[in-house]
Design a binder for this molecule. Structure first.
Ligand SMILES: [Mg+2]
Length: 304
């Protein structure tokens, strides 16, 4: 028997959210959740799949790690656009090997993060499947017209990153130390995203590696970029910092006249280069063309 019952798990989930001031008019228990938007806010939605052997391996990720990461990816997308989390929906498909304890661990990991970030779980589904599959929908809000986008970078803007890059790739490669924790428990940069709302001209989160993600931002903004080496996580190689995925730091652009502090709530912010006019999407590292070698699911699929 893999899973006791959907009811038992949903009761646990519901119990853990009880008494929270969620802003949801109706959460788990009915056919739909109800959210009443506040005046003057716009809602942002993102959806992410987390699939065994595509996005994570069971050998390295505990049940709690899986639940945590499933939501962290969605929250990082909200952070990228300057949104405050409002609620999330979580669907889980479990294979036969996953027992009730494992499934409970996945929910626990998700709920730990949902509670610490004020993003209550408002609903979801549970089913069986061949591979463990998590599907998270996260909803956030921002003052109307103030959400950050990838498309606003202008030639002359400075390019910034938060934190240090390559830690997640290092943790994936070595599976030990602080870098391992960095890989398993990325921190969505929600406070920074909200701070940047009236400052950044463009922003996104670094999920697939700086080289690929910066090229994507430039493509959306119809500009090119010139950068120097980014700040590296201790022990990470330059290649890991440039091309490694899953750092979930923020990449953003701002006019040079905009004062960006070196630290925001303890998180380092580093200027790595400039937006330039040029062929859309081209990135130059120390004057040389940088190929976008970050992680691209479909590219890899075509090659295999
Ligand atoms: Mg993203």
């Amino acid at each position: 028997m893999a899973v006791n019952s959907e009811r038992e798990i949903l009761d646990r989930v519901r119990g853990s959210m009880r008494g929270k001031g969620t802003g949801l008019a109706l959460g788990i228990g009915d056919d739909c959740a109800i959210y009443r938007p506040r005046p003057g806010e716009e809602l942002l939605f993102t959806t992410d799949l987390l699939i065994e052997d595509v996005h994570f391996r069971r050998a390295t990720h505990s049940a709690r790690d899986i639940g945590y990461k499933a939501l962290a990816r969605g929250l990082s997308d909200l952070a990228a656009m300057g949104a405050s989390p409002r609620f999330c929906l979580f669907s889980l498909a479990v294979p036969a090997w996953a027992d009730a304890r494992f499934v409970g661990g996945v929910y626990r990991g998700l709920l730990d993060l949902s509670e610490s970030t004020g993003c209550p779980l408002a609903g979801g589904d549970l089913a069986r499947a061949e591979a463990l599959t998590c599907d998270v929908v996260a909803c956030g809000s921002a003052p109307r017209g103030k959400s950050l986008r990838r498309s606003g970078a202008k030639p002359g803007d400075s390019i910034w990153v938060s934190g240090r890059l390559g830690g997640s790739a290092l943790g994936l490669a070595t599976n030990r130390g602080r870098a391992r924790r960095r890989h398993l428990h990325p921190e969505p940069r929600l406070a920074l995203g909200q701070f940047l709302r009236n400052k950044a001209t463009a922003a996104m989160d670094l999920s697939d590696g700086l080289s690929l993600d910066l090229a994507r931002l430039c493509l959306e903004s119809n500009v090119a970029a010139q950068i120097e080496a980014p700040p590296l996580y201790a022990g990470a190689t330059l290649a890991q910092g440039l091309h490694g995925g899953e750092d979930y730091e923020l990449l953003f652009t701002a006019p040079p006249s905009c004062r960006i502090p070196a630290l925001h709530e303890g998180l380092e912010l580093t200027r790595i280069g400039n937006v330039v006019a040029g062929r859309a999407g081209e990135v130059y590292l120390s004057g040389k063309r940088l190929d976008a070698a970050g992680y691209d699911h479909f590219k890899r699929h075509e090659q295999s």
